[in-house]
Write a new protein. Structure first.
Length: 158
């Protein structure tokens, strides 16, 4: 009886710890980028990251410029990857979706067409997880570069 209990306990421990061997999706966005890193990327001092509405969101504000990070959660019957794929295939009027290589497993920029300063977003898929970095207060090309730099940092933590 004692060996059976030990076997069951050992099996439970192995099963419960097996999940630790696979990469987990981070859930607290503010832990993925430091205040110093965001300040360096934006080129200005920013405040500490604060959750916007839930732990999977964060924002860093500086004078006239800011960045946000949102970790995608399942929505209804759509996984984060389903939402990523739908966004990438989106054909909404006035919205530009531009593929990006070299960030995560797949990525795309999303921004308002015909504008140069209305925040740009970079949506990234890494494994079964997705997230979006948005930067505001920059010309579009500069915003894309900043978003890409921050997104590469975040993708390395998934």
């Amino acid at each position: 009886m004692r060996s059976m209990a030990a076997t069951v306990l050992t099996g439970f421990i192995l099963i419960s710890h097996a999940g630790l061997l696979t990469a987990a999706t981070p859930t607290v966005a503010c832990e993925l980028l430091t205040q110093d890193r965001v300040s360096q990327a934006l080129g200005i001092p920013v405040g500490a990251g604060t959750a916007i509405a839930r732990p999977g969101t964060c924002q860093w504000f500086g004078k006239g410029k800011f960045a946000t990070l949102t970790i995608t959660l399942p929505k209804g019957n759509q996984t984060p990857v389903d939402q990523f794929n739908a966004g990438k295939a989106s054909k909404l009027a006035g919205i530009t979706v531009e593929p990006v290589s070299g960030v995560g497993d797949d990525a795309y920029y999303v921004y308002f067409a015909g504008t140069t300063r209305a925040g740009s977003g970079l949506v990234v898929k890494k494994g079964d997880s997705t997230f979006e970095i948005r930067v505001y207060g920059f010309e579009l090309d500069e915003g894309k570069k900043i978003g890409r730099s921050l997104a590469q940092d975040v993708a390395g933590k998934f």
